[in-house]
Design a protein around this ligand. Structure first.
Ligand code: MD5
Ligand code: FE
Length: 203
């Protein structure tokens, strides 16, 4: 079941469900080496999303701004390598949405708890906007806000459930988006959290 959000944006409902049992231990392994942490924005606000990364490049933020870097600033070590099950899921999902040949070099793992939100923004720290972004949702349901090319364009609300995968590329790559404050509605397998991971070609 492929739902259309835009000319080149698709929701693949339940696409990750049959690999969840392999994804969870892989996430634990990443988090053991590079734990979830709360980063500070350039303006000095602490984000309500906790995050970590795996792959060659990881997204970071501090008072100097947003960027991708090869090392975890907390550990001083390279980010953990991308687990094969992650990479396979990302390339399969991209292909199903019409982006064959997508090879991500970065996976940002976001953790949402009750009340966590992500305000409207564009993803534009990547070097090349021709590659899509693949986003996997696990755990508690989130309400995703999908806007347009301008911050003031109207947004539509899209529920994202456990196992859903969304792929954005091409004309839809730079659309504004965000996540509404998460409601506390525990998930049978993941409990009071939502884990989202996004695969990108950053470098
Ligand atoms: C999330 N994360 O649910 C979302 C999913 C982020 C972020 O937004 O930056 O970590 S990724 C959503 C996304 C990516 C690229 C383009 C668009 C949405 N879009 O055009 O709507 O934690
Ligand atoms: Fe984003």
């Amino acid at each position: 079941a492929r739902e259309t959000l835009g000319p080149q944006a698709f929701v693949l409902r339940g696409f990750a469900l049959d690999v969840v049992d392999a994804l969870l231990p892989a996430i634990d392994q990443v988090v053991e080496a590079s734990p979830f942490r709360y980063m500070v924005t350039r303006r000095g606000f602490t984000m309500s999303v906790a995050l970590t990364n795996c792959g060659a490049l990881g997204w970071t933020s501090d008072r100097r701004g947003y960027r991708y870097q090869p090392d975890d600033p907390e550990t001083g070590q390279p980010w953990p390598t991308m687990p094969p099950v992650f990479l396979q899921l990302a390339t399969d999902a991209a292909k199903a949405a019409g982006f064959a040949g997508f090879i991500p070099d970065s996976c940002l793992i976001n953790r949402y708890l009750r009340g966590t939100q992500l305000s409207l923004h564009q993803d534009k720290n990547e070097r090349d906007f021709s590659a899509p972004i693949v986003s996997v949702s696990l755990g508690m349901t989130a309400t995703f806000l999908f806007g347009g090319q301008e911050r003031t364009d109207k947004t539509v609300k899209v529920p994202l459930y456990h196992g859903d995968v969304v792929v954005w590329g091409g004309a839809d790559r730079l659309r504004y988006h965000g996540v509404m404050p998460l409601k506390d509605n525990p998930h049978p397998q993941l409990g009071n959290r939502r884990i989202n991971f996004t695969f990108r070609r950053a470098g």
